[in-house]
Design a protein around this ligand. Structure first.
Ligand code: KMH
Ligand code: ZN
Length: 277
């Protein structure tokens, strides 16, 4: 069995900087977090940006600057979010690809998202999938619900494999409105992945909020990979706020090492995902 690929999602679009001062929102904070997380064992960074008021933004100039700055200071695989925030429109989400990241996220269906709706129409998904292939961007398909597994199977069947011919997915569990974040749901998703998606598909998993630990340990047990970070979890333990993203990556790397599947390097991660060097 291979080692563990660790993705860090340091910022997200939902956490409020005013409530969580350790959240990286400026470019300098993002780069500092990235450097610390790479040192702690991360190999992919899943990026959402904030504006000067710390609000989510898909500003194209900021996106290009962030990709350049992360490449300058780290060897991390740079994965831009095309999910953005629930208020972002499709055109701006598609335009994220113009920043030429290594990877980008592609969510496989609409899902209730707390009081909001995270909208992902079928035609939009198809467009995203095809534009990523045209631009040689490797997708990470985000699966928030079980039907998203079979939607991805249908997408690949109808539209072909992504750039690189390898399929990598991420189970995002514990979103209020999506699939629950517990060990048996990780098992269900892992089994559905093996049953419906191409042979060799790799998966990571993340659990929102307090579901982070059961999801992490179940994913390791299933031979899966991990995503952690302050996009998903801002409490390290009961009444203990996360001090920084590297704290979460360090814990994930320790868990992976205990399971005899230590964190892999960025070079190994690129091989695993069949990416260009
Ligand atoms: N912020 C969520 C509405 C992604 O990055 O692709 C969507 C999200 C998924 O975080
Ligand atoms: Zn995200």
């Amino acid at each position: 069995m291979t080692g563990t690929l660790i993705t860090v999602a340091p910022t997200g679009a939902e956490v409020d900087k005013g409530e969580v001062p350790a959240l990286p929102v400026t470019l300098d904070e993002l780069v500092a977090a990235a450097v610390a997380c790479e040192r702690a064992g991360a190999s992919i960074i899943h990026v959402h940006l904030r504006d000067d008021a710390a609000k989510p933004t898909l500003d194209p100039v900021r996106l290009r600057d962030a990709v350049a700055a992360l490449r300058e200071s780290t060897d991390l695989i740079v994965q831009l979010s095309t999910g953005g925030s629930v208020r972002d429109g499709e055109a701006a989400r598609l335009a994220v690809l113009d920043a030429e990241p290594d990877m980008a996220s592609c969510t496989m269906g609409t899902v209730n998202f707390g009081p909001d709706v995270f909208t992902n129409r079928w035609d939009f998904i198809v467009d995203l999938h095809e534009r990523m292939r045209d631009k040689a961007v490797v997708p990470e398909y985000e699966l928030f619900d079980l039907g998203h597994v079979t939607s991805l199977a249908r997408l690949l069947d109808q539209r072909g494999l992504p750039f690189g011919d390898h399929v990598h997915v991420d189970f995002v569990l514990g979103v209020p409105g999506g699939a629950p974040g517990d060990a048996s749901t990780v098992t269900t998703f892992a089994e559905a992945t093996a049953r419906y998606l191409p042979e060799g598909t790799t998966f990571s998993a993340t659990g929102i909020g307090r579901t982070t630990l059961p999801v992490m340990f179940a994913a390791i047990a299933h031979g899966g990979h991990l995503r952690v970070g302050m996009e998903d979890t801002v409490t390290f333990a009961r009444r203990q706020p996360v001090t920084g993203n590297d704290q979460l990556v360090t814990r994930a790397a320790e868990a992976a090492a205990l399971a005899q599947r230590p964190a892999i390097t960025t070079v190994e991660a690129r091989k695993l995902l069949r990416m260009r060097d």
